[in-house]
Design a protein around this ligand. Structure first.
Ligand SMILES: *[C@@H]1O[C@H](CO)[C@@H](O)[C@H](O)[C@H]1NC(C)=O
Ligand SMILES: *[C@@H]1O[C@H](CO)[C@@H](O)[C@H](O)[C@H]1NC(C)=O
Ligand SMILES: *[C@@H]1O[C@H](CO)[C@@H](O)[C@H](O)[C@H]1NC(C)=O
Ligand SMILES: *[C@@H]1O[C@H](CO)[C@@H](O)[C@H](O)[C@H]1NC(C)=O
Ligand SMILES: *[C@@H]1O[C@H](CO)[C@@H](O)[C@H](O)[C@H]1NC(C)=O
Ligand SMILES: *[C@@H]1O[C@H](CO)[C@@H](O)[C@H](O)[C@H]1NC(C)=O
Length: 912
C-alpha cells in the first residue's frame, strides 16, 4: 500500500487544471477595477416597473417560431436621452417601437418618435437613442418582435416526449436562469432589477400554458380558433426566475389544487411520491421560515430532455426522470424537490444582488435540502450524509484545487462559474458550520430576519451576516469574542481551508493550538491565509458532543491559542461532529490514545461523525507526510468493530483512491485478507443482498462493499453472485446509460470481463452509435475481443482508454504489452505513446520491464523518467509493507490485523 500516490496526484493535477482553466476566465482580479465602469452592466437611470408581455408560440414541427409584443412601464430617474436593455436572438420591428409619456396628472404628451436603435452583440445591450430629452417620470415603452423557439436551452426552446403510441408530441418551455430571459423578450436582465410581469400566451386549445402565476382566464381568438391564456400579474421579481411551458400536459394535485405535478398523462401515475414530498417539504419550509410559501400555487413541471431542475418562481421545471422514476425513492429525487422549494424563498423572494453572490441562494437551498428533508425523513440520516458525502470530499478536493466562494463575475459570458458545484457544496457546508456556532435557533431567526429585510428585493453576503448578527445579539448565546461577518469573510474570501494542529504539554496540561493552510498541490498563490476557526472538543472523560458551540476561537491574527483544564491522561478530539470546515492533527501521544480508544469496546463513545473525521484526516496526514503510515493502519484497524455505515464512507473512498496500488499483485495479496478481516463484522451486519427498507447509507456502503469484494475476489464463493450483479449493472447501463454513475464504471468493466460474445457485440454496436460506450473498450479478458476494438479505436483515437482499462483489470500484462508493440505505429499517430508507456511501466513486473526497455531502446524512446518513478513508488510500497510486517512481529495490532498479516506473510513472504 503506497501512501503518496503519484498517479492519483497526477490525475488530480489533470482534473485540477481543467477546473482552473475554466475558473480563470471567471475570476480575474485584474478586472476588479474595471468592474465599476463595466460596459456589460445596464445603466441604472431608467428602471422597469411592470412588463405586459404577449407571446404567440408556433409549436409546429419545422416551424418553431414565436411572435411577441410587450409594453413596459418604466421609470426615468435621471434626465437622459437613451434607454438601454438586454435582448439577444430576437428580431425587433424597429419601426413599431414606441415610447409614450405616462403621467396621470399631465396632459397627454405626443409619442417620442425620433429614435434610433443601437445594438451591441457583445454586451447584448440594445440602446434606444431619442432626439428629445426624457425628463424624469413614468413612460411606456412598446416593442414588437419575433424569435425562434430554439432546439437547445437555455432560452425559449422546443422539446418533445413520446406518447404510449410512440408518437412524438411537441412542446415548448423556457429556461431563463441565469441570462436567457432576453432571448424571449427585451428586458432588464439583471437579478437585482426586479419588476412585475403579466404574461398572455396564445396556443392551440389542445395545449395548456403554464407560467409562474395561475391563469385568470382564457379566451378563444375567433380569428384562428386558438386559445389565449391570461396569467395573473407576478409579484416583484427577477427576469431570470420567469418561466412558461406550453404542452398537452395533465397533472395530479393536492386536495385544494395549490400543488400540482405536470407531465405527459401516461407518466403521472409515477408522481404520487413526489407530490407527497413536495407537500411535506413545503410545510417544513413554511415552519422554518415562519411564513407561507410566497406564491399562491406551485407547479412542478417535467420537461423532456432537460437536465436537473430550475426554481422558476411558482413553476419549477424538472428533468423528466426526476419526477417520474418508477419506484424511485432516491435521495437525489427527494432532495431536489426540497432544494427547489427552498429557492422559492431563498433566491426568488430574496435574490442575490449580483451573480457574484449566487451562493447566497444556492448555498442556503443546498443546506436546507438536507436540513428540511431530514425533518420529515429522519431515518435517512441526511445530516450525517451531508458531512460524509459533501464536506469530506470537499476537504479532499480543496487540497488539490480551490477557489473562493465570493466571485467576481463581470458579465454574462462568465456567469456559469457562479453555478459550479464548488459554490453549491462549499457554501452549504460553511452554512452548516455557521448554524452550529450560532445554534440552530439563532441561525433560523437570522434567516427569517434576512427574508423579512430583503423580501421582493436583493441582498449581498453582508446583508446575510448582518441578519445573523442581529439574531445573535438578541439571543442569550455568548458571543462577545466574535463577529459573524468578520468570521465568515475569512472563509468566503480565501481559498481552501485550515489544518489545525494540537500539541499538548503532558507535564503542564497546556494544549497549544495553531493553524496553517492545507497544503495545496496546485499553483497556490495565497500563502498568508488564516481563518477565524470555531473550536470545541470532547475528551475521554467527557465525550458529550451535543453542544457544538465554539468554546474557543482561533483567530487569524493570533499565532496560537492555549486550552487548559483537560486531564493530562485523557485524549482530546477537536471539532465535534465535524461542524468546522477544517482538518485536525495531534501530537503522537494524543493520536495513540485516540487509537487505543477506537480499538477498544469503547470506540462508540467517540461520535460517529468524529470517527469518520479521524479516518479521513489521518489519511490526509499520511498523504502529506505529516504522520507515519503506521498510524493510519492503526486507526483503520478499528473498522473491524465498525458496523455503522457512516464512518465507512471515507474508508471506501480511500480504498477507491488507492485502487491502482491495491490491485498490484503483491499488494493485493495483503489487502485481500486484510479487507476480509476488517469487514467481517460489517458484512455480518449489512449482508450482501439489497433490501427494500435499507436506508441510503446502508445502500451506499453495501454497494461499495460488494464492489470491493467482487473486484478483488475477496470471497471466492461469491464469484457467481458478483458476476450476476455486475452483469445486471452492465445491462442497466446498456438500457439507460444516463442513470449509471461513472463510479460504477469499474464494476461494469468487471461485468464485461465475464461477458460473452453476444453481449460484446451489443456493446460494440452501442459504441458505434454513441461514443459513451468507448470507455468500456478494453474491459475484456478475451484478447480476440480486444483486437476487434482496434477497428473502433482507429476511428476514435482513444488508445489511452483501452490500455487504462486493460491494465486496471490486470487481465494479462504480457498480452497488453504485445498489443502495445503491435499497434505501436498507430499509437504514435495518436500522440499517446508516453501516457501508455508510463502506465505499462507502472503496472508491470520485473521480467516484463526488460521487454519494455529493449523495445524503448530499439525505438529511441526515453523511458528513464518513468523507471525512476517506478522505483520510487515500489520502494515506498515495499517500505510500507515492511512496516506492516514489522508491526506484526512486534504484536502491535489487534486480532483482525493479525490474521491478515499471518495470511499475508505466508502468502507473500518473498515480496515483503
Ligand atoms: C484579466 O483581464 C484582463 C483585462 O481584460 C486581461 O488583460 C488579463 O489577461 C486577464 N487575466 C487573466 C488571468 O485571464
Ligand atoms: C393540437 O392541435 C393541432 C391543431 O389541430 C394539431 O396539429 C396537433 O397535432 C394537436 N396536438 C396534440 C398534442 O394533440
Ligand atoms: C392547501 O392544502 C394544504 C394541505 O394539502 C394546506 O397546507 C394549505 O394551507 C392549503 N392552502 C390553501 C390556500 O388552502
Ligand atoms: C413567527 O411569526 C409570528 C407571527 O408573525 C411571530 O409572533 C413570531 O415571533 C415569529 N417567530 C419567529 C421565530 O420569528
Ligand atoms: C504554540 O506553538 C507555536 C508554534 O509552534 C509556538 O510558536 C508557541 O510558542 C507555542 N505556544 C506555547 C504556549 O507553547
Ligand atoms: C450532554 O450535554 C448536554 C448539554 O450540552 C446535556 O443536556 C446532556 O444531558 C448531556 N448528555 C449526557 C449524556 O450527559
Amino acid at each position: 500500500m503506497v501512501v503518496k500516490s503519484m498517479l492519483t496526484i497526477a490525475l488530480l493535477l489533470i482534473v485540477g487544471q481543467s477546473v482552473l482553466l475554466q475558473a480563470n476566465k471567471a475570476v480575474n482580479n485584474t478586472v476588479v477595477e474595471e468592474y465599476k465602469k463595466n460596459i456589460y452592466r445596464l445603466p441604472k437611470y431608467v428602471m422597469p416597473i411592470h412588463y405586459d408581455i404577449k407571446l404567440i408560440p408556433h409549436i409546429v414541427e419545422g416551424k418553431f417560431t414565436f411572435d411577441g409584443e410587450e409594453s413596459i412601464n418604466i421609470k426615468v430617474c435621471e434626465a437622459t436621452n437613451t434607454i438601454a436593455l438586454h435582448t439577444v436572438e430576437l428580431t425587433i420591428d424597429e419601426t413599431l417601437t414606441t415610447l409614450t409619456r405616462k403621467e396621470n396628472d399631465v396632459n397627454p404628451v405626443p409619442d417620442y418618435v425620433q429614435k434610433q436603435h443601437e445594438y451591441n452583440g457583445d454586451t447584448q445591450i440594445l440602446t434606444i437613442r431619442f432626439e428629445e430629452r426624457l425628463d424624469p417620470g413614468t413612460y411606456q415603452l412598446y416593442f414588437k418582435f419575433t424569435g425562434v423557439i430554439s432546439t437547445v436551452y437555455p432560452g425559449f426552446f422546443q422539446s418533445f416526449y413520446t406518447d404510449n403510441e410512440g408518437h412524438k408530441v411537441w412542446l415548448a418551455a423556457t429556461h431563463f436562469q441565469p441570462v436567457s430571459a432576453r432571448k424571449a423578450f427585451p428586458c432588464w436582465d439583471e437579478p437585482a432589477i426586479k419588476a412585475t410581469f403579466k404574461f398572455s400566451i396564445k396556443h392551440y386549445p389542445n395545449y395548456t400554458a403554464l407560467s409562474n402565476m395561475p391563469s385568470i382566464r382564457s379566451e378563444i381568438d375567433s380569428a384562428d380558433g386558438k386559445l389565449w391564456t391570461f396569467f395573473e400579474t407576478t409579484p416583484i421579481m427577477s427576469t431570470n426566475l420567469l418561466g412558461f411551458v406550453i404542452a398537452d400536459y395533465e397533472y395530479i394535485s393536492n386536495s385544494n389544487g395549490t400543488m400540482k405535478i405536470w407531465g405527459p398523462k401516461h407518466l403521472l401515475p409515477y408522481a404520487a411520491y413526489h407530490l407527497d414530498i413536495a407537500e411535506k417539504a413545503t410545510r417544513e419550509l413554511e415552519r422554518f421560515t415562519n411564513s407561507t410559501v410566497p406564491m399562491s400555487k406551485m407547479d412542478h413541471v417535467s420537461i423532456p430532455h432537460y437536465s436537473g431542475a430550475t426554481e422558476n418562481w411558482g413553476m419549477i421545471a424538472y428533468e423528466q426522470n426526476l419526477l417520474f422514476q418508477e419506484n424511485s425513492r432516491s435521495i437525489i429525487d427527494t432532495m431536489v424537490i426540497t432544494h427547489e422549494l427552498a429557492h422559492q424563498w431563498f433566491g426568488n423572494l430574496v435574490s442575490p444582488a449580483w451573480w457574484d453572490y449566487v451562493w447566497l441562494s444556492k448555498g442556503i437551498s443546498t443546506y436546507l435540502q438536507f436540513y428540511i428533508t431530514d425533518k420529515f425523513i429522519k431515518e435517512w440520516r441526511l445530516m450525517d450524509l451531508l458531512v460524509v458525502e459533501y464536506e469530506q470530499p470537499k476537504l479532499f478536493e480543496e487540497s488539490v484545487y480551490s477557489q473562493p466562494i465570493n466571485l467576481r463575475i463581470t458579465n454574462h459570458l462568465y456567469v456559469s462559474a457562479a453555478f459550479s458545484n464548488n459554490i453549491y457544496t462549499k457554501s452549504a457546508v460553511l452554512l452548516r458550520m455557521v448554524s452550529h456556532f450560532l445554534t440552530e435557533d439563532v441561525f433560523r431567526n437570522g434567516l427569517i430576519k434576512y427574508l423579512q429585510a430583503h423580501q421582493y428585493s436583493s441582498a449581498t453576503p453582508d446583508d446575510l451576516w448582518k441578519a445573523l448578527q442581529d439574531a445573535l445579539d438578541e439571543s442569550d448565546v455568548l458571543h462577545d469574542d466574535f463577529k459573524v461577518k468578520e468570521v465568515m469573510d475569512t472563509w468566503l474570501k480565501q481559498t481552501a481551508y485550515p489544518v489545525v494542529t494540537i500539541v499538548r504539554n503532558y507535564d503542564t496540561g497546556v494544549i497549544n493550538v495553531t493553524q496553517e493552510k492545507v497544503q495545496i498541490h496546485l499553483l497556490d498563490t495565497e500563502t498568508n491565509s488564516a481563518w477565524w476557526i470555531p473550536l470545541n472538543y470532547i475528551t475521554k472523560s467527557n465525550p458529550n458532543s451535543s453542544s457544538t458551540l465554539a468554546t474557543h476561537w482561533l483567530k487569524p491574527q493570533d499565532e496560537s491559542l492555549t486550552i487548559e483544564g483537560v486531564d493530562i491522561n485523557d485524549w482530546i478530539i477537536v471539532n465535534k461532529q465535524l461542524t468546522g470546515y477544517y482538518r485536525v492533527n495531534y501530537d503522537i501521544i494524543n493520536w495513540r490514545r485516540i487509537i487505543a480508544s477506537l480499538n477498544s469496546d469503547d470506540y462508540n463513545k467517540i461520535p460517529i461523525l468524529n470517527r469518520a473525521q479521524i479516518i479521513d484526516d489521518v489519511f490526509h496526514m499520511i498523504v502529506t507526510e505529516q504522520l507515519d503510515f503506521i498510524i493510519f493502519l492503526e486507526v483503520i484497524n478499528y473498522l473491524s468493530r465498525e458496523i455503522d455505515p457512516v464512518p465507512w464512507y471515507p474508508a471506501f473512498r480511500i480504498i477507491h483512491r488507492l485502487n491502482y496500488y491495491l490491485r498490484m499483485p503483491h499488494v493485493a495479496a495483503i489487502f485481500k485478507p486484510y479487507f476480509f478481516n476488517l469487514t467481517h463484522k460489517l458484512f455480518e451486519h449489512i449482508g450482501f443482498d439489497e433490501h427494500s427498507d435499507d436506508d441510503p447509507a446502508t445502500i451506499k456502503i453495501k454497494a461499495d462493499f460488494m464492489k470491493t469484494v467482487c473486484l478483488y475476489n475477496i470471497y471466492p464463493d461469491m464469484l457467481d453472485k458478483c458476476r450476476a450483479k455486475a452483469t445486471a449493472k452492465l445491462f442497466a447501463y446498456l438500457e439507460s446509460p444516463k442513470n449509471i454513475k461513472l463510479s460504477d464504471k469499474q464494476f461494469i468493466c468487471f461485468g464485461l470481463m465475464q461477458a460473452n460474445e453476444s453481449i460484446w457485440n451489443h456493446v460494440l454496436q452501442k459504441a458505434n452509435e454513441t461514443r459513451k460506450y468507448l470507455i468500456f473498450l478494453g474491459c475484456s479478458g478475451n484478447l480476440d475481443i480486444v483486437e476487434r476494438h482496434i477497428n473502433y479505436l482507429e476511428k476514435y483515437y482513444i488508445y489511452d482508454h483501452l490500455f487504462t482499462n486493460m491494465l486496471q483489470n490486470m487481465s494479462n500484462i504480457d498480452a497488453t504489452i504485445d498489443l502495445f508493440i503491435k499497434e505501436f505505429d498507430k499509437i504514435v499517430a495518436t500522440g499517446t505513446v508516453k501516457f501508455i508507456l508510463r502506465l505499462i511501466i507502472m503496472h508491470c513486473g520485473e521480467d516484463q520491464i526488460n521487454k519494455i526497455k529493449a523495445f524503448a531502446e530499439q525505438h529511441g524512446l526515453d523511458i528513464n523518467m518513468y523507471l525512476v518513478e517506478r522505483t520510487k513508488v515500489l520502494s515506498k510500497i515495499n517500505n510500507n509493507l515492511a512496516k506492516i510486517r514489522n508491526a506484526l512481529e512486534n504484536n502491535q495490532f489487534s486480532v483482525a490485523m493479525h490474521i491478515t498479516l499471518n495470511n499475508a506473510t505466508s502468502l507473500n513472504r518473498d515480496e515483503l
